[in-house]
Ligand binder design. Structure first.
Ligand SMILES: O=C(O)C(=O)/C=C/C=C/O
Length: 486
């Protein structure tokens, strides 16, 4: 961990020091665990220019197979260094060892392998054309890289979400400027080391560190940045969209959510209780796909709520590496204050607290951390701010419904449209209801079960576009139609 005491930018194949640094603070106990560089605009310009130059250098002369073999080597090296990635992700986020070992870090290498393999089969289209006037032509398309892609990644699943975009961007032949969240830059720094060790040509992958407010626009608005892909808060997405509008560059946004879980009377109640507890409290509620609204059928409401409360009570909160810990702290003091402000709002609005509502009474260094209690509330209307605004913490509001059409309308009563989890053992109901929910992802009798080939993204305030499988290959490429007169 000592080498993570000072995180540097990686520009044009070199780790470079910066004039300014800011503290990396542990969310477990509030201690300063290191320093993070803050790039200046000259460094950002150098990184973008290096990426532009690399675009027409050795990287562009590699075959797709050579490029994808290199990305498999990146994955291999990440696996070799996985313990360092695990320790770094935990140091930055405080999330549990179980979560980091089973979700965050394995998906880093998996993202590189998945997109390296998909890119090998990224094909074009071919048409033999005969026009009404008797002209004949061969029309085909070739896929070219966009050029320099800015990847702006969030703090909730740092390595998973950075590689979810860096992998396909590189697999499609682009060069990348990665700007991780200032809250969680350590695994991105290790990724830069891996790129360097594997021999990704200089300038192809660049790491720019710093606080979004100081470096974000300088990256996204840079005239030689050809595309922007961002996962994070909807408000930030709106800001980026405005900032880059004059350059008309392609954007791919996976933004906020206010996701529902619906438990029908014909659900397997035990599975639904466990599934909703998982979709609400995983990663301390800090996943864009997490459940914040639960709709349960009246006939099973008491039993369900009792079961969900017992699940919340059984959650062990503690040190990330403590045995059986399910959740650690929230990512930062400001975020803890934001989530607590919604707990207070719920209290002020007269919500009934079924469980939680405060901060765990740690009497040790964790009292200086960003811990918070898993919370279950009920009694607020669908239009209440608590039920309309993304909280991004371990809290859900439970509402009762009576019939299918009613609950579909209530689930869709939101500005967001990312994910939904339906719990029913009735196949017809599952297939009937799922398409009526205005989101990008519907899970039935599960949650966060992911196929990297499937379209991933949201509608309304939850984002623009889809990534995953062919959708990533399409976003990170420019198809060119070539027409040959024959
Ligand atoms: O699982 C994924 O590929 C993904 O993108 C997850 C996003 C979660 C955002 O908070």
């Amino acid at each position: 961990m000592s080498e993570l005491r000072q995180l540097e930018c990686y520009i044009d194949g070199q780790f470079v020091s910066s004039e300014h640094y800011f503290d990396n603070v542990s969310p477990v106990n509030g201690e300063v665990i290191g320093q993070i560089a803050e790039a200046d605009h000259q460094q950002i310009d150098r990184a973008v220019k290096a990426a532009k130059t690399a675009q027409t250098g050795e990287w562009s002369r590699l075959s797709v197979n050579q490029r994808c073999d290199l990305l498999h080597r990146v994955a291999d090296r990440m696996v070799e260094r996985q313990q360092e990635f695990i320790d770094a992700e935990i140091a930055d986020t405080g999330k549990s060892l179980h979560q980091v070992q089973t979700i965050d870090i394995p998906r880093g290498a998996a993202n590189f392998r998945a997109f390296a393999d998909m890119a090998r089969h990224h094909s074009g289209e071919t048409f033999i054309t005969e026009t009404p006037t008797g002209d004949k032509a061969l029309n085909y398309s070739v896929n070219k890289p966009l050029g320099v892609v800015a990847v702006i990644s969030p703090w909730n699943l740092p390595l998973l979400l950075a590689t979810w975009k860096v992998a396909p961007a590189l697999a499609c032949g682009n060069c990348v400027i990665l700007k991780p969240s200032e809250e969680t830059s350590s695994t991105a720094y290790l990724l830069a080391q891996v790129m360097d060790e594997v021999g990704i040509p200089k300038g192809v992958f660049n790491l720019i560190l710093g606080r979004g407010k100081n470096v974000g626009d300088a990256i996204t608005c840079h005239p030689q940045v050809d595309a922007v892909t961002f996962t994070g808060a909807s408000a930030t997405g709106q800001h980026i969209m405005k900032a880059v509008a004059d350059t008309v560059k392609p954007i791919s946004f996976e933004l906020g959510g206010k996701n529902s879980a619906v438990v029908f009377a014909d659900a397997d109640l035990e599975k639904a209780i466990a599934g909703v507890a998982r979709s609400t409290f995983t990663n301390c509620g800090q996943v864009c796909l997490c459940t914040e609204k639960v709709f349960v059928h009246r006939s099973i409401a008491d039993e369900f709520i009792d079961g969900l409360k017992k699940s919340a009570q059984a959650i062990k909160i503690g040190y990330p590496k403590e045995q059986d810990v399910f959740i650690g702290p929230l990512v930062s003091k400001p975020h803890q204050q934001k989530v607590l402000s919604y707990y207070q709002l719920a209290k002020d609005q007269g919500a009934e607290f079924i469980y939680g509502g405060g901060v765990p009474p740690f009497d040790d260094e964790r009292a200086q951390g960003c811990y918070i209690e898993p919370t279950i509330i009920t009694g607020l209307g669908d239009d209440n701010r608590v039920n309309q605004e993304e909280i991004f913490g371990p809290i859900c509001h439970v509402s009762i419904f009576d019939d299918e059409q009613e609950v579909i309308e209530r689930v869709n009563n939101t500005q967001y449209g990312l994910a939904c989890a339906l719990w029913t053992e009735n196949l017809s109901r599952a297939h009937r209801v799922a398409p009526q929910i205005d989101v990008g992802l519907v899970w039935v009798n599960t949650w966060f079960l992911r196929d990297l080939r499937a379209p991933f993204g949201g509608v309304k305030l939850s984002g623009i576009g889809r990534e995953g499988g062919q959708h990533s290959l399409s976003f990170y490429s420019e198809p060119v139609n070539i027409c040959i007169k024959i």
